[in-house]
Design a protein around this ligand. Structure first.
Ligand SMILES: [Zn+2]
Length: 181
């Protein structure tokens, strides 16, 4: 994938949301393909100047449909998309690396949800909670005074998470590891 070039995603080409289901994608593809189909263009006059652009668009729509209509290729594409976005994000400013132990943990009493904070230079905070960590594949288990990290899903496991500041553009990288030393 070309990361330098911010190009349209296949979802954008078909004008569907990234969580659109097969039916939605198909409906969108059909209406796009219909309006761009070469047969249809023959009926309209004076299209010569835009013929090229329209047939390129048609190819893009068709390519997008090819990839998104197949569950396996869509999955691979989604992964590529996610990786390239994460790399872009990582490349932007990261103030420092942190571990959970460096952060202040806030225990909301009986609640299962824990939230960690770390103060930014601007006075606001970087924060992450255990639900967010769970979503990306980490589970946290508490005993008396320590918190252990467990991996839920090895396939999707990132070794770190970027946390944006609540107010400014700074970010920190939260490095996650299994050992809770
Ligand atoms: Zn800040």
């Amino acid at each position: 994938m070309d990361k330098k070039n911010i190009k349209e995603t296949h979802y954008e080409v078909l004008n569907v949301k990234e969580d659109a289901n097969y039916e939605e994608i198909r409906a969108s593809y059909r209406s796009a393909a219909l309006s761009l189909h070469p047969d249809k263009l023959l009926k309209t006059s004076d299209t010569s100047s835009s013929d090229q652009a329209i047939s390129e668009k048609f190819l893009k729509v068709h390519k997008a449909w090819e990839i998104l209509s197949d569950a396996t290729s869509r999955l691979i594409y989604d992964k590529e998309l996610k990786n390239s976005r994460r790399e872009d994000f990582l490349a932007s400013e990261v103030a420092e690396d942190l571990r959970l132990q460096d952060m202040t943990v806030e225990d909301a009493g009986e609640s299962e949800t824990l939230e960690w904070f770390y103060q930014c230079r601007c006075g606001d905070y970087f924060s992450v909670d255990s639900l967010e960590l769970q979503k990306i594949g980490y589970s946290l288990v508490r005993d008396e005074n320590s918190i252990s990290i467990f991996i839920l899903n090895v396939d999707t496991l990132p070794g770190s998470v970027i946390l944006p500041c609540g107010s400014c553009s700074l970010k920190v990288r939260l490095v996650l590891s299994m050992d809770n030393s």
